[in-house]
Design a protein around this ligand. Structure first.
Ligand code: SAM
Length: 349
């Protein structure tokens, strides 16, 4: 197994059987070797600093109906909200004072009639905090909309592809959504000069090991700057409420494999990791992740952005809990890195 892990570290890819062997590896020593190699590569690239992204959950209004998601359009039990311009700017101001230098605007997918409102908001954030990175995670839009937001000052865009497998994609989404269009959006975002993030949910209903291997191969081909991967967690008002949650362990293996395959990628240890296990965030970092995304949204709105049950948004998962996070990190020999944390390739270019 050591040979396989060394090969991935040197050549940055394996055969499908190789990925499968790492994803199902049982030997604890082999697994520790995988994680230690991933940590070593992350530290070679970015040191022992963990980048922070301040997550602002702009709105839980969504036109889509993804079967796994708690804010899907058909969930009539959600109280819908959209933050005002002032609430967003106030969240940024608070985040900036705490030391954040990246703001992530995430939300349900809106129609194009609201795109100019978002562009104006981005312009205002850009002029108030010129030294900060602005990341968007607002779903699928026409190329012109992505271009408008880029011109307004957005730097990065997170759009998980969710799965590269056509059939699985169609089991997770309504018929109106296709993986082809999702991938097209990711290509547009890259062409427009965004730092782009793709990724999947681990343990999504009907997902197989084979489809996870296809996702690894897609990510290696696409070379995203950021990789957003977290375990699926059921939400009680969705059609998938009876499915089991995904695994923290399998997610950590994926972080490690992708760290070795794409050494410079920015990989968050995601909120879903922290939501599923008390040590989930740290296990992600010990598997090669190097970003965390504390919640900067107004506290009263956080429970309404319920993508899944028991989503962590307070304590060390929140901007207010930054000291707790710093202590957790220091206990495993890491520290908060306060700079913007761009992808290394971009800084050089
Ligand atoms: N609307 C945007 C989009 O589609 O990219 C951004 C918001 S969407 C809620 C952000 C991510 O949440 C999705 O890409 C999905 O992977 C994740 N997500 C949604 N429901 C989830 C669940 N039940 N468990 C884990 N992750 C979930």
């Amino acid at each position: 197994m050591k040979g396989l892990i060394d090969r991935l570290r040197v050549h940055h890819e394996l055969t499908p059987q190789g990925y499968r062997a790492l994803l199902t590896l049982r030997d604890p020593q082999g697994l520790e070797y995988l994680f230690s190699q991933a940590r070593e590569v992350a530290q070679q690239q970015y040191g022992k600093g963990i980048y922070l992204r301040g997550l602002i959950e702009l709105s839980n209004v969504c036109r889509n109906d993804c079967l796994y998601c708690g804010i899907r359009r058909s969930n009539s039990r959600v109280s819908r909200y959209t933050l005002t311009r002032n609430q967003v700017l106030e969240s940024c101001r608070m985040g900036y004072e705490l030391g954040f230098r990246t703001f992530v605007l995430q939300g349900g997918e809106w129609g194009e009639e609201r795109s100019q409102w978002i562009a104006d908001l981005i312009s205002e954030m850009r002029s108030c905090w010129p030294d900060c990175a602005i990341t968007l995670s607002l779903g699928e839009h026409p190329r012109e909309t992505y271009a408008l937001w880029r011109r307004a000052g957005a730097d990065r865009y997170l759009l998980r592809h969710e799965t590269h497998n056509d059939r699985l994609y169609s089991l997770l989404h309504p018929i109106s959504m296709t993986v082809g269009h999702r991938l097209q959006c990711l290509d547009w975002l890259k062409e427009l000069g965004y730092q782009v993030g793709a990724g999947i949910m681990v343990g999504a209903p009907f997902q197989s090991l084979k489809s996870i291997v296809e996702d690894i191969q897609y990510l290696i081909d696409f070379k995203p700057h950021m990789i957003g991967i977290g375990p699926f967690i059921p939400q009680h008002d969705t059609p998938f409420h009876r499915f089991p949650a995904g695994s923290v362990d399998l997610t950590a293996r994926l972080y490690a494999i992708l760290r070795l395959a794409l050494p410079q990628a920015l990989i968050p240890s995601t909120t879903a990791m922290a939501s599923l296990a008390p040590d989930g965030r740290l296990r992600g970092i010990l598997a090669g992740a190097n970003v965390v995304m504390p919640n900067l949204s107004p506290e009263d709105n956080r429970d309404m952005y319920a993508l899944y049950d028991n989503k962590a948004s307070f304590g060390a998962e929140s901007a207010q809990g930054i000291n707790a996070l710093a202590q957790e990190l220091s206990a495993i020999g890491y520290h908060i890195e306060w700079s913007r944390g761009d992808h290394k390739g971009i800084e050089k270019g």
